[in-house]
Design a protein around this ligand. Structure first.
Ligand SMILES: [Fe+2]
Ligand SMILES: [Fe+2]
Length: 175
């Protein structure tokens, strides 16, 4: 989606949509070779997605709540469940099932954020004259430390639970 002419600036939308595209490109290059995940690209993807989720959870959603007089956005709880599922999917080794599950969630999740009347547009509208300030806070969000992968039974059980709570199925379970 490109900004239409004669439209108000929408700094939050532009910045976070560009980050979505950057993350998609990183994930794409991580899995460019069918037989092996490119760990360097996947590490950048993990760090980038965790930072992106942090921007939304710690800066954007709280700002929207404040601008709505303390009332959270109706979509906030669904977005948080998705973020929990995505964050948990970043923990295990990126098997084909893990990657397919991440892609499946991001496809639906990004529409909720980027679409007309979605999170980003709503936040630009709510922020109004404060939008540039909000953008500056997003840009200053800290990097997130990426831990080594873990494939313990606890991690895999948690993974199934958080995906189910968010309304998704782990792709490895469908076969
Ligand atoms: Fe998100
Ligand atoms: Fe996002």
């Amino acid at each position: 989606m490109k900004p239409r002419e004669n439209e108000k600036a929408r700094p939050v939308t532009d910045f976070l949509m560009e980050d979505h595209r950057r993350l998609e490109t990183l994930l794409q290059s991580a899995v460019a070779h069918a037989d092996q995940v490119d760990q360097g690209a996947y590490t950048q993807f993990r760090a980038g997605l965790l930072r992106h989720i942090g921007m939304e959870e710690k800066i954007l959603l709280p700002a929207a709540k404040r601008l709505r007089g303390g009332e959270p956005l109706p979509i906030a709880s669904k977005l948080r469940l998705d973020h929990g599922a995505l964050g948990t999917l970043l923990i295990p080794t990126p098997t084909a099932a893990v990657i397919a599950s991440i892609r499946g969630i991001l496809k639906e999740h990004n529409i909720l954020e980027e679409g007309t009347g979605g999170l980003y547009e709503t936040c630009d509208e709510l922020a109004g004259s404060e939008a540039a300030q909000l953008l500056a806070k997003l840009q200053a969000a800290p990097e997130v430390a990426v831990l080594p992968h873990s494939d313990t039974p606890t991690v895999m059980n948690t993974l199934h639970r958080v995906l189910e709570r968010a309304g998704y199925t782990f792709h490895g379970d469908e076969i």
